[in-house]
Structures are given as C-alpha cells and as structure tokens.
Design a protein around this ligand. Structure first.
Ligand SMILES: N[C@@H](CCC(=O)N[C@@H](CS)C(=O)NCC(=O)O)C(=O)O
Ligand SMILES: *[C@@H]1O[C@H](CO)[C@@H](O)[C@H](O)[C@H]1NC(C)=O
Length: 225
C-alpha cells in the first residue's frame, strides 16, 4: 500500500491504450496516484524532462524517479507493490507473459494503428489488416482460460486492452472489420468479460469522447490526402 511518503504520478493522455493499461494496473493494486493529462500537441516541460528519449506517454514517476514505456512500467508496478500480482511467480510463466505482451504491441497494436492511418493506399492498408488478422488468430488460439492470466486478469489481459476497447472503436470509425466476433469467438468473449470487469470498466476512457476524437482525426486525414 502507498504510504504518506510515497509520491506516485502518472503522465497520460486520455486516448492512449498504453496509459490505460497502467491505470488498470494501478487500480487493481489499489495504488493512489496523481494524474496529469498531457496535451500531446503541446507537450509539458514535465513530459520532456521525464521522457526526453521518446517524449511519449505514459510516464510513471515514483518518488521523483521517472520510468517510460508501458510494459516496463507495468513490471515495475508489479515488483514494487506485491498485492494482486499481475505476473506469475513462475519464471517461465512470466517469460510467456512478456512474450505475448510484446507480440500484442508489435503485431497487433502497430498494424491496427497503421491500418487506421493509411487512408490513401488501399494495398498498404489491406496488408496491415491482413497482418493484424493473422496476429489476432494466433492470439485466439493462445486463449485457453477465461483470461490470459487464468481466472483473474493478468499482465497480458491488461496489455490487450487495445484489442478489447480500441480495435472496436477503430472498426466503427473506419468500417474496417479488424475484429469480427464470428472470426474470433474466444477472443471476442474474452473482450466482453474483460470490459465488464469493474476495474477495467472504470478505467477505460469514455467511449463517446474517444469516438468523436478519433473520428475527427480520421476525417482530417481523409481530407488532407
Ligand atoms: N511503446 C510505448 C508507446 C507509447 C506511445 O506511443 N504513446 C503515444 C500516445 S498513445 C504518445 O505519447 N505519442 C506522442 C507522440 O508520439 O508525440 C509504450 O508502450 O508506452
Ligand atoms: C501549451 O502549454 C502551455 C502550458 O504547458 C500553455 O501555457 C500554452 O498556452 C499552451 N499552448 C497552446 C498553443 O495550447
């Protein structure tokens, strides 16, 4: 538990799935923290100072010590606050969780965001949709229990918030069928259970707000092509 001496701060942005993962982990562990919303088009001195390398959110600051990169932050949180562990105590299971989290970032998040951004090259876009479909299929086959973490939400589930919340949003805005329920029945069921988890529910951004925000961005991309 946090003591009075502890200072826990998160620099974030409401539209960021990476920030959302960190928020879910903090809440699962019952950590109180100070939240600072960044304007990514006008980054604060704090962000530039604490993440001079990437200048991206999330940045997690624990007693003045900054940490960047959501996967690194999640591991740190799990190491510092032992309650409600999100990683297994078994080294092999931990390694697998890291492997699949990296896979989700590298193969699903990256390709889906690209598919969203590419508005002028249908071929390139199809290639990205295809790549993310393949990766989703692989993940579908990996899901053996209620959650990736077993009966409880774990590291991989938290990272996969992008699939449960952001992909359906992108889908509704662009009409790209990235994640059809009938194609990925297990993953779809997982996404519903995950989004219904009380802690997840209260830590994902307001859908309407994000929908309007991403839609505006998408339309300006189309207009500028
Ligand atoms: N690999 C990073 C990705 C972080 C990231 O891409 N953050 C975006 C928001 S979703 C950002 O801060 N973008 C600002 C920019 O690129 O200027 C992580 O896992 O934390
Ligand atoms: C950028 O942010 C600073 C505070 O960090 C603020 O004073 C300034 O008005 C902002 N500029 C714009 C263009 O929003």
């Amino acid at each position: 538990m946090t003591t009075n001496q502890e200072e826990v701060k998160l620099l974030g942005a409401v539209g960021s799935p990476f920030v959302c993962s960190v928020k879910i982990a903090l809440k699962l562990k019952g950590i109180e923290y100070n939240y600072h919303e960044e304007d990514l088009s006008n980054k604060s001195d704090l962000l530039l100072k604490y993440n001079p390398v990437y200048k991206k959110v999330p940045v997690f600051i624990h007693n003045e010590k900054p940490i960047s990169e959501s996967l690194v932050i999640l591991e740190y949180i799990d190491e510092i606050w032992k309650q409600n562990p999100i990683l297994s105590s078994d080294p092999y299971q931990r390694a697998l969780a890291r492997f699949w989290s990296k896979f989700i970032h590298d193969k699903i998040v990256t390709t889906s965001i690209k598919a969203f951004r590419i508005v002028d090259d249908e071929k390139e876009r199809e290639k990205n949709v295809e790549e993310s479909s393949e990766a989703l299929q692989i993940l579908e086959n990996e899901l053996k229990e209620k959650f990736f973490g077993g009966n409880e939400i774990g590291f991989v589930d938290i990272v996969a918030v992008f699939i449960a919340f952001w992909i359906p949003l992108i889908q509704d805005i662009t009409g790209l069928q990235l994640f059809p329920a009938e194609k990925y029945p297990k993953l779809y069921k997982w996404s519903q259970e995950f989004l219904n988890h009380p802690i997840v529910k209260e830590n994902v951004p307001p859908r309407d707000l994000l929908f309007a925000y991403f839609k505006a961005r998408y339309e300006s991309l189309i207009a500028s092509k």
